[in-house]
Design a protein around this ligand. Structure first.
Ligand SMILES: [Mg+2]
Length: 319
């Protein structure tokens, strides 16, 4: 690990760009998929399957996607990888390798780059993903981190947004409306749950909930050319004891808030019943409604009233 060395005159990074890259190389270690890793001009991977590659990329920008006065650098690194793993999970895929680009603000704390990569590498290790390479630069702007993940579809995948059909049940993993409780920084991507859903054999369409239940459901409906009817009382809201400080109900949060990173799946009705009765990996699965012919979303409120649910649920008060 490089000691406290002066900033490089060429990069403005403490210890210089090469000090950080060497630290990352040592912190990363070896991985069976990586034949040539960090330190050469390109990485070379031993691709373990004849299946095609899935590729996802996501960029996080300081003061747009996170605030370093509220988020630790390790959490930013974790999130930068986790959002991509969530996308691979949503495709019914297995992530295999990642590459990372980071623009570090000149004059930032000398360990910002290390702490960010530490959070990222810890999640990579937990999920078996190889950190195969990346790029580091200094910037006069905000911290920017962009992660690209390469994976492969599971047997039975990939699962697209366009496969939902009338009669399918809509299942969602976990609980919704939790992102305000810092869940969006610490969430566990639903990789194991994706495997269970794909292996059920009844999975027709899937998406991860990054923009909010209402918005992401509309993405599926538009791609599939169908509509949906949701039962408000079946939507898994935050734990009952969690306070709601802003006066909005748990249902309003669950429908409109982004960054829950749960999976929303359209599933054959018979298979859905089995999955809800015995979730394949312990995470609760809730049946929140049904795919119907047509377009748009109807939300059946607990009092029986039916209200339309637009893509941006928060535009209309539904509570
Ligand atoms: Mg997504």
């Amino acid at each position: 690990m490089p000691a406290r060395t002066p900033s490089s005159p060429t990069t403005g990074l403490p210890g210089g760009e090469f000090g950080l890259i060497e630290w990352i190389r040592q912190r990363t270690g070896s991985h069976p998929l990586v034949d040539v890793g960090i330190g050469d001009d390109a990485a070379m991977l031993s691709w373990p399957t004849t299946h095609p590659a899935l590729v996802a990329v996501d960029m996080l920008v300081e003061n747009v996607h996170f605030d370093l006065s509220r988020a630790k650098p390790e959490q930013v690194g974790h999130k930068a990888l986790a959002v991509n793993l969530s996308d691979i999970a949503a495709m019914g895929g297995q992530p295999l390798a990642a590459v990372v680009s980071v623009a570090l603000p000149r004059g930032s704390q000398h360990d910002l780059g290390q702490r960010l990569h530490d959070g990222l590498i810890t999640l990579a290790e937990q999920t078996g993903v190889a950190l195969a390479g990346g790029d580091t630069t200094a910037t006069d702007g905000p911290l920017v981190v962009s992660v690209t993940v390469i994976g492969t579809p599971l047997e039975g995948g990939p699962i697209l947004r366009s496969g939902a059909r009338p009669g399918d049940r809509l299942l969602v993993t976990g609980y919704l409306g939790n992102s305000r409780e810092r869940h969006h920084l610490d969430f566990t991507p639903r990789l194991a749950e994706s495997v269970g859903l794909v292996e059920s054999g009844g999975l027709h369409a899937m998406i991860d909930i990054s923009d909010g239940l209402a918005a992401d459901l509309h993405h599926v409906l538009t791609a599939s050319g169908v509509g949906a009817r949701l039962n408000a009382s079946d939507i898994p809201t935050r734990e009952p004891d969690t306070p709601v400080r802003d006066g909005r109900t748990p249902l309003a949060h669950a429908v409109a808030d982004g960054e829950d990173f749960e999976l929303l799946a359209a599933v054959d009705p018979r298979v859905a019943e089995e999955l809800v009765a015995a979730p394949p990996c312990g995470t609760p699965l809730s049946d929140i409604g049904e795919i119907v012919p047509g377009s748009g979303v109807e939300l059946v409120m607990p009092n029986g009233h039916i209200v339309p649910l637009p893509p941006l649920g928060y535009e209309h008060r539904i509570d």
